[in-house]
Design a protein around this ligand. Structure first.
Ligand SMILES: [Zn+2]
Length: 344
């Protein structure tokens, strides 16, 4: 450990946008008013779990600093920084739910002999606790041992089981603003920062989808709807086009990601059509395309939005991607028959 850089292992230094929440919780901890069960709620990928871990680091620091902050250099801070703290148990869902066996293991963590100043059970995606798992934790939630804290992390507070929710104190986190996102992800292009909705955890995925050509595919798909489009709807005759275009859509995940690209482009079209301003546009790098599509697509954005909802339902209902997207294009085209070039 580097004594010249005393804050080297400080988790709080990685936090953007939620320092005020951490400060408040640290103060509560110091004055022994910290509730034993907290529910950290807010959009996914904004740093809620990091705040929970930073709080645990503060609580167990061997040389706490004046303002109740961690030193970032002691053995305990180092282990907390490296996710090796014996004072923290992290419960994460395996698949679509948190099951009773895992919840029991988490409860047992509090039964171990306590050697640290404070212990933290962090339950990630706590809304995925199934009823049996939640029930097995109720006693722990109600009467945790002294200096033991449970932090439920969720992006859907309303989905928490009532028995769990009623036993926790909610802490609401906000999405990150543009300057906070820039600090956390300095290499990311502006469109990805805007499109992340303040969730730094989304940026990497957005860039990946773009590299996979999904935004390009979404613009091509929408261009098929242009009233005077030179591109025509894939037909039985244009087998190659169809095969190329729809080939990757048999994977549900790819289809859903393409859907998200379509949604964000159509949202931008609506904004541009109603305000003629770049304020709030997500795909800011595609402004020329948005402007051009706005002029050439004569149909209503409401129709697009309605058909998008139908498309989304179909994809979640496991309808094959290429069929669902083709049906989306056909439905819009039927509502907006193409005009012959040169005619009225
Ligand atoms: Zn320390």
């Amino acid at each position: 450990m580097d004594s010249l850089n005393p804050s080297k292992y400080l988790l709080s230094a990685q936090i953007q946008g939620h320092q005020d929440i951490l400060n408040r919780l640290c103060l509560d901890l110091k004055t022994k008013r910290l509730p034993s069960c907290l529910a950290f709620s807010g959009p996914a990928g904004i740093g809620k779990k990091l705040v929970a871990k930073a709080l645990a680091q503060v609580a167990n620091c061997e040389k706490p600093q004046d303002r109740g902050m961690a030193c970032g250099n002691c053995g305990s801070c180092y282990r907390a920084f490296k996710n090796q703290s014996e004072s923290v148990f992290e419960l994460t869902p395996q698949g679509q739910s948190i099951r009773i066996d895992d919840a029991r293991k988490a409860a047992e963590f509090f039964n171990l002999q306590n050697i640290s100043p404070a212990r933290f059970l962090i339950i990630d995606d706590a809304d995925l606790l199934n009823v049996q798992a939640a029930n097995s934790l109720l006693k722990t939630l109600e009467e945790p041992p002294s200096n033991s804290y449970i932090i439920l992390v969720t992006s859907s507070l309303w989905k928490l089981l009532p028995t769990i929710k009623s036993r926790s104190v909610p802490i609401i986190f906000r999405p990150l603003n543009l300057s906070e996102l820039k600090l956390l992800s300095p290499q990311a292009p502006l469109w990805a920062l805007h499109s992340s909705y303040g969730q730094v955890g989304r940026i990497e995925n957005l860039i990946l989808w773009d590299k996979q050509g999904l935004r390009d595919k979404a613009t091509i798909m929408l261009s098929l709807l242009e009233s005077r489009s030179s591109v025509s709807l894939p037909s039985k005759d244009s087998k190659t086009f169809k095969e190329n275009f729809f080939s990757s859509l048999s994977h549900k995940e790819t289809s859903l990601n393409l859907l998200k690209c379509l949604q964000s482009l159509i949202r931008d079209l609506f904004l541009w059509r109603t305000t003629q301003s770049t304020d709030g546009l997500l795909n800011i790098d595609r402004l020329p395309w948005i402007q051009s599509f706005n002029l050439s697509f004569q149909g209503s954005v409401d129709d697009l939005a309605t058909e998008l909802q139908i498309l989304e339902k179909k994809l979640y209902a496991h309808v094959e991607g290429s069929l669902a997207f083709e049906s989306f294009i056909l439905s819009i085209t039927n509502k907006n028959p193409k005009k012959e070039s040169g005619s009225k």
